[in-house]
Write a protein that binds this ligand. Structure first.
Ligand SMILES: Cc1ncc(COP(=O)(O)O)c(C=O)c1O
Length: 485
């Protein structure tokens, strides 16, 4: 059934078309007076260079326009680039029929998406349970915590890891690496979380030195895991409900946990009947190459089933529309009651239709394979640059989930924070948006580490886009180096 075109009833088409089209000086001045958030960037994105491209046209404060290749995918979200036509067409079809519905109401898009995600789920999550929200990853993580609480008969403690990032709600902030001083309020629920060392092989707490390129030092015996194991087996302050971990820390600095660590973690959690929750908010949706999730990558490439009891996803999962997903092992029999997991917007079919289209485009367009290929090309060149340049300490990542760790000296590995900051600032002048890991701050507010540049462009990038990224990355790095020296 083809739906009629949309005909506005009250406003003119011309007026509505102007809404997203642009701004003038006056709008901008007025906005700066009123806006409560202080993260307003210099450049205002106006429109995709072409539908579904990694490039966006932006307006500078002086009114001039330029084109930028977004190596951040707008916070790692635009899997298919800006304004992808297929995703937009799905959204159009959906909004012509139905937009908002009440929570706990099913729609065709929701039913199909739950079924599709259950099918795509890796390992022991396959064919499992799915809960959706239209807020994102923080809410999906909270849903995972809730489900673990419901299943754990009174246990209410969660193990989390140094350097983790799980969201910005008052509870998921507590689960995340504290950013002392940068936040002026206290996050809540402190008594429900404790933190364990994450296997950061490049900066191993046990002083192994050969943990490079996202791999552990060949002689390491996973001493860090012994400590984690002690906590899980009873040294934690109270009975544990779950352990929440990013299998590859994103905000923390693009740090993959060794698959062997994940396997051991899974085994101990199973033995102790503690729910293992993977936060694959960033690593899902073929971001790490040929596979839908990182978990699936380890299963298919290494023949290791590290799959957890629950997994959360967001970012690219809906091609840029707001969606959070919780996947749970089919063995978990409890379901959320109507008051246990909902918000006003948790059932909106628009993002769900977008997600179904985005997933199909990824499959049909074989963009996971493109991601693998382009990621390999970028990594290969970055490794060559590393040979030439003292400041590139480490290059890590699978697919287009790449981190470049900048150091003052390859031996001491002293973080080169200023260089990283300068690169991100300079990047738009050279036609790129570059991203940076989150800061690690001391309690006094000193920056301890803020030195990983992220290369996470849309997964649809072309060979020419890759060349442009690499060429300009090098120029930006050298220019920034001259500035901060
Ligand atoms: C690994 C990870 N988990 C959770 C979140 C939180 O997602 P959201 O901002 O959609 O709440 C993020 C966001 O950056 C993330 O990177």
């Amino acid at each position: 059934m083809t739906m009629k075109e949309i005909e506005p009833k009250i406003l003119s088409k011309e007026e509505i078309e102007r809404i997203p089209a642009g701004i003038n000086e006056e709008d901008l001045l007025e906005f700066e007076k009123h806006v409560l958030n202080s993260f307003v960037e210099e450049l205002t994105p106006i429109e995709a260079k072409e539908p579904g491209s990694a490039w966006v046209k932006v307006r500078a404060k002086d009114g001039s326009m330029k084109e930028i290749l977004d190596v951040t995918s707008m916070n790692w979200t635009l899997t298919l680039g800006f304004a992808h036509p297929d995703v937009n067409y799905a959204v159009l079809q959906q909004i012509k029929r139905l937009t908002h519905v009440r929570y706990n109401v099913s729609t065709p898009a929701r039913i199909k998406l739950v079924n599709k995600l259950a099918e795509l789920a890796p390992g022991k999550l396959k064919g499992g349970r799915v809960s959706l929200n239209c807020e994102g990853g923080g809410m999906a993580n909270e849903a995972a915590l809730k489900l673990a609480l419901m299943e754990s008969r009174g246990a209410d403690l969660f193990g989390v890891f140094f350097g983790g990032y799980h969201g910005n709600s008052l509870v998921t902030m507590t689960a995340s690496q504290p950013i002392h001083v940068a936040t002026r309020f206290t996050s809540l629920a402190q008594r429900n979380f404790f933190r364990m060392p994450y296997p950061y092989c490049y900066r191993c707490l046990w002083n192994y030195k050969e943990g490079l390129y996202g791999k552990k030092d060949p002689s390491c015996n996973l001493e860090c895991f012994n400590l984690v194991e002690q906590y899980i087996r009873g040294m934690a302050p109270r009975k544990l409900a779950g352990v929440l971990i990013e299998p590859n820390q994103a905000g923390g600095g693009q740090i993959p946990a060794p698959p062997e660590f994940l396997l051991k973690l899974k085994e101990v959690c199973e033995q102790e009947k503690v729910f293992l929750i993977y936060d694959e908010c960033q690593t899902c949706m073929w971001r790490c190459g040929k596979y839908f999730t990182l978990t699936e990558r380890y299963e298919k490439e290494l023949n290791l089933d590290v799959s957890p009891d629950m997994m959360t996803m967001t970012k690219g999962i809906a091609g840029g529309f707001p969606l959070g997903v919780l996947l749970a092992n089919p063995k978990i029999r409890k379901q959320f009651g109507p008051s246990e997991e909902h918000t006003t917007f948790s059932s909106d079919p628009v993002a769900m239709a977008a997600s179904l289209a985005a997933i199909r485009v990824m499959e049909e367009g074989k963009y996971g394979e493109n991601c693998e290929k382009m990621g390999n090309k970028i990594t290969k060149r970055l490794l060559e640059m590393q040979e030439e340049l003292e400041v590139i300490g480490d290059v890590r990542g699978a697919g287009l989930f790449i981190g470049v760790e900048l150091v003052k000296n390859k031996d001491t590995r002293e973080p080169f924070n200023d260089l990283c900051e300068e690169m991100v600032l300079l990047a738009p002048e050279h036609g790129l948006y570059l991203g940076q890991s989150m800061p690690y701050l001391s309690t006094k507010g000193e920056i301890l580490r803020h030195n990983v540049v992220k290369i996470k462009p849309p997964l649809i990038i072309t060979d020419e886009d890759c060349d442009f990224i690499l060429e300009n990355f090098e120029i930006i790095l050298k220019e920034a180096l001259n500035k901060v020296k």
